[in-house]
Write a protein that binds this ligand. Structure first.
Ligand code: AHM
Ligand code: MG
Length: 327
């Protein structure tokens, strides 16, 4: 794996980085590179809109619900429009799976890729100026181009991802992605309008001392999860929970830690969505040397039965996820 990486200096612009590493892709025709650029461009537009929230009327609820029956925020809808538009214009993606739409969107083109995206995750944090994120997974279309899109194109296992990433709209805006050759992080330089390489070849510490779980639901955790949380306390670990998956994941990626969203009484399969929340972060975690499971099974091995399926999620430092599993 290492031998196929080109080391580029910190400060390298995303475009150049993508171009220089294009040879790593199995089907190096430039389309995947273009897709990554389309996503990066849409994220800059979303970033600009997020930064204006509070000044113009884009905060607060939309008055409608998403695929999961949750309140859509105005920015959820705006972000969905921005990413859909960028990916439609680009023409490399033939279908789009989004948290914000009930069924997948057929883009009616010759694109060879299928995208699963949560355009704006953690959106309950928008109104209070707390970090939010975008999460995306990229798959190769399986059926021949030109024929109708089939279930097997859409419902692919996470292990089939050819690339995945997230954008964190935080104290600075970052894009972190993998194409299966390690993980690289880029920080947005707003005066240049460019993402620049700031975190090359990211690896997650084997073990950390931070656990992230919504303990407000502790009464309905399984005995195993309760015992693991007690273990974290006995070990004097630090509890950190932002309630924005991308932000919690990113912190743990840099510092070491475990993020858990287990099954609860309210959400029997956990709350998080396999296809556009868990798979991308699982791919990144593994590429960084970490681990992601549903408590028993590798997330990337789960065969989705439906677009919006949920799964319990344990992700982060390898030794910590294995310890949690042992409970
Ligand atoms: P969303 O897709 O509606 O924004 O929900 C996902 C978010 C995650 O970012 C976060 O980790 C989780 O929901 C927090 O849920 P809870 O408030 O139940 O702890
Ligand atoms: Mg979400």
């Amino acid at each position: 794996m290492e031998s196929s990486r080109i080391a580029l200096p910190i400060g390298t612009a995303l475009d150049r980085f993508i171009k220089n590493n294009q040879f790593q892709f199995q089907y190096a025709s430039g389309e995947l590179s273009q897709l990554l650029r389309d996503i990066a461009l849409a994220s800059k537009v979303v970033n600009r809109e997020i930064n204006k929230a509070g000044l113009i009327d884009i905060m607060g609820p939309m008055g409608s619900q998403n695929s999961g029956g949750e309140q859509q925020q105005k920015l959820d809808v705006l972000a969905n429009i921005r990413f859909t538009r960028a990916l439609t214009k680009g023409g490399e993606a033939c279908a789009l799976i989004s948290e914000e739409t009930e069924s997948y969107v057929d883009l009616n083109n010759e694109g060879r890729y299928v995208i699963a995206i949560d355009p704006l995750d953690g959106s309950s944090n928008i109104d209070v100026n707390v970090s939010i994120g975008t999460i995306f997974s990229i798959y190769r279309r399986v059926s021949p181009v030109g024929k109708p899109i089939q279930d097997k194109d859409i419902l692919q296992r996470g292990a089939e991802q050819v690339a995945a990433g997230y954008i964190l709209y935080g104290s600075s805006t970052m894009l972190v992605y993998t194409t299966g050759h390690g993980v690289n992080g880029f920080t947005y330089e707003s005066t240049l309008g460019e993402y620049v390489l700031s975190h090359p070849d990211m690896t997650i510490p084997e073990k950390g001392r931070t656990y992230s779980i919504n303990e407000g639901s502790a009464n309905s955790f399984s005995p195993a999860v309760k015992s693991y949380v007690q273990f974290c306390k006995d070990e004097n670990y630090t509890a950190r929970y932002i309630g924005s998956l991308v932000a919690d994941f990113h912190r743990n990626l840099l510092k070491g830690g475990i993020y858990i969203y287990p099954a609860t009484a309210k959400d029997k399969n956990g709350k998080l969505r396999l296809m556009y929340e868990c798979n991308a972060l699982a791919f990144i975690a593994e590429q960084a040397g970490g681990k992601a499971t549903d408590g028993k099974k590798r997330i990337l091995e789960i065969k989705p039965e439906s677009l919006h399926e949920r799964t319990p999620f344990y992700v982060g430092s390898k030794a910590m996820v294995e310890k949690a599993e042992s409970f």
